[in-house]
Design a protein around this ligand. Structure first.
Ligand code: NAD
Ligand code: G6P
Ligand code: MN
Length: 441
């Protein structure tokens, strides 16, 4: 079997060790000859790089491993770039969450004003790594899950329309795992229909391979319990705040009982509830810095100290296995069915052709082919149209440097009550993002 060369962009990410462990776990299905980490923060990356060097020497000595901050070294001779960068890192995520919360507005990584602020930072970083990839390995595919994926995907569509970038999200995968536990099935045996935007969509069908429809059964369960399951087998989305999110799906389904909701819809349908239950001095960014970030970096430092990765604290990120499935689909033309963020072009019959939507696709060597999801109802369509317009305005504001356009984007967000509040938040975000955003005028 062919062996692949991979670069992980955002090598210093808290998710890097989990993904490397997952790739090692899947090495028979997806053989690797070379693995590189690339990050623009050399010190942060070196902690994980040093530990992974030891781990790979012990567990997969045939893989040529290195880490670098030099784009040419990183992107030369690579088949796949797995990208998970966070421009501005956790310090800026904290600002994205706390600034809106101080105005009584949802403070979230990818939704509402926080997501818009993060989008304005991510676009530049993403274009930079896409350009490195195209310069040094023009045949390479980028599997990108850097957030906010919807804004990043729209920026790719407009700014780098020919680039081989696939934008993906693990939330539907994670929630499908929960559904499979609810009905006592294997997630791999389930096939779904789904429509929406990233972090903004609905399942319209969950069937097994024989064609049995589980939607009514799951819906009944979710109406009682949300996506909280009796047995927990996940490696991600387990903190208490995530449990609250899984539970909140119960209220989402009460509003719209026809389909199964993506949990992120809570920020748009229950923004006041979310604000009331947030802590504006200790947000999710603080939880992650004190939780996942500390755990991962402490484990890495221990490996380096001891000189061995035996009994290391690194765990396999089982969620991330869909990234290997996606890489395999491209590499081996498997035609696997997966949810992807793609240009609509009729996949949702009564929605804009040029909207970046999340729908099931068949993925092969030429990339994703979206599956037609038919017409969608008025309620979902109107919500999606409002949100996709916010995302388009953000990309337009980034390109044109227009303050007015970005103000409109915030004003249009369902999470913000008025143009005045939008302006106050925007003005504070501009100050906080100096050096990260283009100058607006
Ligand atoms: P993190 O801050 O731990 O890691 C991100 C890394 O990116 C940092 O080491 C940082 O130095 C680096 N970076 C920033 N800008 C860069 C640039 N221009 N070039 C190269 N490297 C750069 O963040 P994390 O919590 O591990 O998350 C990483 C990313 O993955 C985030 O964007 C997060 O939102 C995303 N994510 C997405 C999904 C999904 O469903 N799509 C799931 C999980 C995480
Ligand atoms: C889910 C989403 C990601 C998001 C992550 C945040 O996996 O799909 O897009 O980045 O949650 O998780 P965190 O633990 O960092 O709050
Ligand atoms: Mn996501």
């Amino acid at each position: 079997m062919k062996k692949f060369s991979i670069v992980i962009a955002g090598g210093g990410s808290t998710f890097t060790p989990g993904i490397v462990m997952m790739m090692l776990d899947n090495i028979d299905r997806f053989p690797i000859r070379k693995l590189k980490l690339y990050d623009n923060d050399g010190d942060r990356q070196a902690i994980l790089g040093g530990a992974l060097e030891i781990l790979l020497k012990e567990q997969a000595p045939d893989i040529e491993f290195s880490y670098t901050t030099d784009p040419e070294t990183a992107f030369t001779d690579v088949d796949f770039c797995m990208a998970h960068i966070r421009v501005g890192k956790y310090a800026m995520r904290e600002q994205d969450e706390k600034i809106p919360l101080n105005y009584g507005v949802v403070g979230q990584e990818t939704c509402g004003p926080g997501g818009i602020a993060y989008g304005m930072r991510s676009i530049g970083g993403m274009m930079e790594i896409i350009d490195h990839m195209e310069k040094y390995s023009p045949k390479c595919w980028m599997l990108n899950y850097s957030n906010p994926a919807s804004i990043v995907a729209e920026a790719c569509r407009v700014m780098r329309p020919k680039a081989k970038v696939l934008n993906i999200c693990d939330m539907p995968v994670g929630t499908l795992r929960r559904m499979s536990q609810i009905i006592n099935k294997n997630p791999g045996d389930l096939e779904v229909r789904y429509f929406g935007l990233n972090h903004f969509g609905w399942w319209t069908s969950v069937k097994d391979k024989e064609g049995h429809e589980y939607l009514p059964e799951i819906r009944e369960y979710v109406a009682e319990n949300g996506y909280l399951t009796k047995v927990e087998v996940d490696t991600q989305h387990m903190d208490q705040s995530w449990q609250e999110t899984h539970k909140k799906a119960k209220d989402l389904i009460a509003v719209n009982p026809r389909y199964l909701p993506n949990t992120y819809l809570k920020y748009y349908l229950f923004p006041d509830y979310e604000v009331k239950h947030s802590n504006c001095t200790y947000s999710r960014a603080n939880e992650v810095m004190d939780g996942r970030e500390k755990t991962v970096f402490t484990a890495a430092k221990k490996i380096v100290e001891k000189g061995t990765a035996e009994n290391s604290g690194f765990t396999i990120d089982s969620h991330a296995s869909f990234i290997v499935d996606l890489a395999r689909a491209i590499a081996f033309n498997t035609h696997e069915r997966m949810l992807m963020i793609v240009e609509n072009n009729g996949a949702i019959a009564n929605f804009d052709d040029d909207a970046m939507v999340e729908v099931p696709c068949i993925v092969g060597s030429d990339g994703p082919e979206p599956l037609a999801q038919g017409k969608i109802p008025a309620f979902e369509k109107a919500l999606m149209h409002q949100q996709v317009t916010v995302e388009k305005l953000v990309v337009e504001a980034y390109i044109t440097g227009s303050y007015q356009t970005l103000w409109q984007a915030l004003t249009l967000s369902k999470t913000i009550p008025s143009a005045e509040v939008a302006k106050n938040i925007l003005d504070e975000l501009i100050l906080a993002n100096k050096g990260f955003w283009p100058e607006l005028s």
